[in-house]
Design a protein around this ligand. Structure first.
Ligand SMILES: Cc1cc2nc3c(=O)[nH]c(=O)nc-3n(C[C@H](O)[C@H](O)[C@H](O)COP(=O)(O)O)c2cc1C
Length: 160
C-alpha cells in the first residue's frame, strides 16, 4: 500500500471541519484547522483531535493544564478553514472571536464550540492524539456544518 492510496481511501470518509483555538503562549490567541475531530466518551465528556507532530501549534498542548476550544465550522466558513490551514498561520488577529468560560478564544459564527481542558495526549505515529474534557459548550442549531470530502469543501445534501 502506498501513501497516495492510503490518503485516497481516507478521503472517502466525509467529515466536518473544526478550528482548534488556544490562548497562545504570549503572542496572542492561535487557531489551527483540524478535521480529525471525534467524540470519545459521554461520562466523562471527552473528545479528541489528532495533531501533526510537526505543527508549531503542538506546543499549546505541552502544559498539562492547557485549555483549548474546538470550533465546529458552519457551511459558509470555508475561507476561515483555509486561513488556519497554514503553513505557520495560527494568528487569530483579524478573526472575530470572544472568550469562552475557561478563558479560551472562540470563533464567531460557528455551528458549535466545545470548550476543553486537556485530558491526555497519546502517541499517534506522526500525529499526537489530543484528548480534551469538555467543560462548556455552545450550539447554534440554525447553522449547518461545513463538510470536507475528497479533499474539498461541501455542503450537506438532502436528508435521507
Ligand atoms: C480541511 C483541513 C483539515 C485538516 N485537518 C488536520 C488535522 O486533523 N490535523 C492536523 O494536524 N492538521 C490538519 N490540517 C492541516 C493543518 O491545518 C495545517 O497543516 C496547519 O495549519 C499548517 O500549519 P503548520 O505550518 O504548523 O504545519 C487540516 C487542513 C485542512 C485544510
Amino acid at each position: 500500500m502506498d501513501s497516495a492510496s492510503f490518503k485516497s481511501a481516507l478521503a472517502c470518509f466525509a467529515s466536518g471541519v473544526t478550528v482548534v483555538t488556544a490562548p497562545g503562549n504570549g503572542a496572542g490567541p492561535i487557531g489551527i484547522t483540524v478535521s480529525s475531530f471525534c467524540s470519545v466518551s459521554l461520562e466523562p465528556p471527552l473528545v479528541l483531535v489528532c495533531l501533526d507532530n510537526g505543527t508549531g501549534a503542538i506546543e499549546q498542548f505541552a502544559d498539562p493544564d492547557a485549555a483549548f476550544a474546538i470550533n465546529v465550522l458552519a457551511e459558509n466558513q470555508s475561507s476561515l478553514s483555509n486561513d488556519f490551514a497554514g503553513p505557520q498561520t495560527y494568528d487569530m488577529h483579524g478573526h472575530a472571536h470572544d472568550v469562552g468560560a475557561s478563558g479560551v478564544p472562540c470563533l464567531a459564527g460557528v455551528a458549535a464550540v466545545l470548550d476543553c481542558r486537556l485530558h491526555a495526549v497519546h502517541d499517534g505515529g506522526d500525529h499526537r492524539i489530543v484528548v480534551g474534557r469538555v467543560v462548556d459548550l455552545r450550539v447554534d442549531r440554525d447553522k449547518r456544518p461545513l463538510v470536507y470530502f475528497h479533499s474539498s469543501y461541501h455542503r450537506l445534501g438532502d436528508r435521507h
